[in-house]
Design a protein around this ligand. Sequence first.
Ligand code: DGL
Length: 267
Amino acid sequence: MIFSTLNSSNSSLMNAPIGFFDSGVGGLSVWREGVKLLPGEHTVYYADNAYCPYGAKDPDEIIARSIHIVDFLLQHACKLIVVACHTATAAAIDYLRMRYPVPFVGMGPAVKPAAQHSVSGVVGVLATRGTFKGRLYHETLAQFATDVQIIEQPGDGLVELAEAGQTDSDEARALLQQYIRPMLDAGADHLVLGCTHYPFFIPAIARIAGAHMTIIDPAPAVAQRIKSLLMQHNLFNTSGDDARHEFFSSGNLQAVREMAGRIMNNE
Ligand code: DGL
């Protein structure tokens, strides 16, 4: 009897959605990899674009926003939450893990694979100012990047352009030239994307970098991490229901609709 009670409550948890959040549309680059790898899972996505960008905000403000959003996702019964934002991960994930019992997956700058595979020994990192200031980034460098030269470039302005759907506009191309060209001139052969908005610029970046640079988007590795946590907690959705994806926004839902539409049309 007890066994059947536990079993039925676990099956409703298994059928619950995975929550994702970001300051805006950026986390959709992570959501895209998550649904590709785990097509049987329901998802709830929250874009906090009324408060976007997070990049230069005080960490306390980002923690307060993260609490508000996690409460919302838990009201939607999410079984696991992906902090699909490097800046929010840097500011808030330690606090969220202490406050809530639900498993969290965060974003980490993928400096390790870049440093391991770099032949030139020069690696570029494009991220927000908040991510560069975070403890996580500095620990990652100290652990994995002592043998390579790191060129840090804040991607000011790129988040706003991605929110406006302008990932290949003249303005986007000019900013990317300004950010990527000095890295290429310094011999960087890997570029780490340390903000979830930036993968949407990959086609434009690739045209600037040509074959000289490997661009690293951590989202596929994060999707693998989601999968292994679901496995570890016995939370895979085995219902066989069609996956349901819900999107919410504190501001501009149209931006989310357009970016999600672009993703679904491409793939
Ligand atoms: N997608 C967020 C990140 O990964 C963007 C931060 C921002 O809003 O500035 O850092």
